[in-house]
Design a protein around this ligand. Structure first.
Ligand SMILES: O=C[C@H](O)COP(=O)(O)O
Length: 275
């Protein structure tokens, strides 16, 4: 496991900011039925991803369009009404949910970028294989060039960066800030049950939160995050301003591991904590 590393990148001078508001909740879903279920529980961000194929594996463009259509035009506004028994939600819940597309890693992300529907708020490209700053900048530029202007690219950093063959999270975060990013996702490349918090350790997690805060980056914590982690956040990241702006989950809200189906009972527990 990596040892705690110092934050040696230059950071902008801290400025007074309003107190951090309630964290957002992102849930990764693989199809329209799961998207409908997640909306019913009031998630802030619907992240389209195929969990069986890796940390950021894309679903088909067809599913992207189905979910974009769901959010743009609620089932009650379409012929035939809701498509499933899970589709009992308000137009307000739908319009509040932002869409995010996982584009896969490096070259795959570049190849898919121009297919992301403009209705999506965010897209993420995995940095695996980008071992230098110029390689990562090249990836980001290539994806941004091809993606619809409406879609914001979110930088991704992996806690287990060696497994992904990419730079460590601190460098990616600093580079993202320099590159004009507004958002960073901290995740694990390997999905073996070891959380990003275990990989990084509490000290480094807090340092990353501090780095994000000072760079005015919204940051989302993912990587086998559990409800217990969220409930202990004050202990894990003592400074309120350095805590995650969003918790991003898949495995913790599924039956079995992250490849299983979304579990309503677990979604309800998370909803009670985060909503
Ligand atoms: O973007 C978030 C990930 O899908 C989180 O997945 P995980 O909770 O199974 O690590």
């Amino acid at each position: 496991m990596p040892t705690n590393a110092p934050c040696d990148e230059p950071v902008a001078a801290p400025e007074a900011r309003p107190e951090k508001s309630k964290p957002q909740w992102l849930v990764s879903v693989r199809n329209l039925a799961e998207a409908e279920l997640a909306v019913r529980f009031g998630v802030d961000i619907l992240d389209l991803k195929e969990p069986r194929r890796g940390p950021l594996a894309p679903v088909s463009a067809e599913v992207w369009h189905q979910v974009a259509d769901l959010v743009a035009r609620p089932p009650s506004h379409r012929d035939g009404g809701p498509q499933s028994s899970a589709a009992v939600f308000s137009a307000a819940q739908l319009s509040a949910a932002q869409l995010s597309a996982a584009l896969g890693e490096s070259a795959q992300a570049v190849a898919l970028a121009d297919r992301v529907p403009p209705r999506f708020a965010f897209a993420k490209a995995g940095p695996s294989g980008c071992e230098s700053e110029s390689q990562l900048r090249g990836l980001w530029d290539a994806v941004r060039e091809r993606m619809p202007a409406e879609v914001e690219l979110v930088a991704v950093a992996y806690a287990d960066h060696r497994a992904a063959g990419c730079m460590e999270a601190e460098r990616i975060m600093a580079l993202a800030a320099q590159g004009g990013f507004r958002r960073v996702l901290l995740d694990t490349f390997e999905k073996n049950g070891c959380s990003a918090i275990e990989v990084l350790g509490q000290t480094r997690l807090s340092q990353l939160g501090r780095l994000a805060h000072r760079q005015h980056l919204w940051w989302s914590l993912a990587g086998s995050i559990t409800l217990g982690h969220v409930q202990r956040v004050a202990e894990l990241v003592p400074e309120r301003d350095d805590r995650p702006d969003c918790y991003a989950v898949r495995g913790a809200v599924c039956d079995g591991d992250r490849t299983g189906a979304l579990c309503e009972a677990k979604m309800r527990q998370w909803q009670r904590t985060l909503r």
